[in-house]
Design a protein around this ligand. Sequence first.
Ligand SMILES: NC(=O)c1ccc[n+]([C@@H]2O[C@H](COP(=O)([O-])OP(=O)(O)OC[C@H]3O[C@@H](n4cnc5c(N)ncnc54)[C@H](OP(=O)(O)O)[C@@H]3O)[C@@H](O)[C@H]2O)c1
Length: 275
Amino acid sequence: MTVPILEANGMRMPRIGLGTWPMTGAECTRAVESAIGLGYRHIDTAERYGNEDAVGAGIAASGLPRGDIFLTTKIWWDKPNGDAIRRAFADSLKRLATPYVDLLLIHWPSPQLDLADALKGIAAIRAEGQAKSIGVSNFPPKLLQRAIAEGVNLASLQVEFHVMLDQSKLLGICRAAGMGLTAYSPLAKGSGLDQPVLARIATKHGATPAQVALGWLLAQDGVAMVPKAASPARQKENLGAASLRLDADDLAAIGTLPKDRRFVNPDFAPDWANG
Ligand SMILES: NC(=O)c1ccc[n+]([C@@H]2O[C@H](COP(=O)([O-])OP(=O)(O)OC[C@H]3O[C@@H](n4cnc5c(N)ncnc54)[C@H](OP(=O)(O)O)[C@@H]3O)[C@@H](O)[C@H]2O)c1
């Protein structure tokens, strides 16, 4: 299965990757190894997931050269400045057992975030070669624009995005800045797939609702996605979305679904509309 590549500000990211939260330990290692065996070349983890060691073990067990895998990690929001991020990231690299990641993200903004200093910190990590590209996650529009204005060449924004959530504003900002947008919870957590319109389009193409949901994201320029699946069968199914081509009628029908369903909204989340 050939997965298309998203090119953005010097980054080359396979558009379908494996999400690893909330898997840990042997389950996570097995899932990463099996995904790579099936053709995944992009793995998404984070300091906070408590699974970087298991992800590193899965990549090692796959036997593939490190350079064949696109690996993302994220630093948690309790590190509000460059120094704290650098210290935490050094530990992430040790757990991942790799000399570099392909993408390093600030996981969430916090009121304590010193934006300029934090971005300077991740840019310094990139300059030293320990991250090939840098970006942010869960930044709302105004904060993302402020981050872009710092001029550190961000490659990617990771946010929740799926058939039930509109992200056109953030996507427009990313495209204008040459950035990619990585969709998390791209299957609307699995539970959001239970829509008759997805089932109807799936039947028409001999596909599954999950493939249709991912195909809708793939139909949008500048978007990558990290569906999480523990089993090889679902991993294979999700990767299969790469060969699905939705037509204009399909996209219009999916466009009529509600677009205000947000599944990830913790109490520390930013003001999504005005932040
Ligand atoms: N940056 C952030 O703050 C942030 C926040 C949330 C998530 N993420 C990342 O994004 C990844 C994905 O997001 P997510 O886990 O929240 O949601 P998701 O990928 O939309 O959905 C995962 C759920 O869907 C199920 N599933 C997988 N494939 C399926 C299929 N083909 N048909 C039906 N159900 C299927 C999975 O179950 P099984 O595994 O049992 O198959 C799991 O319960 C995470 O793993 C993480 O890496 C990032």
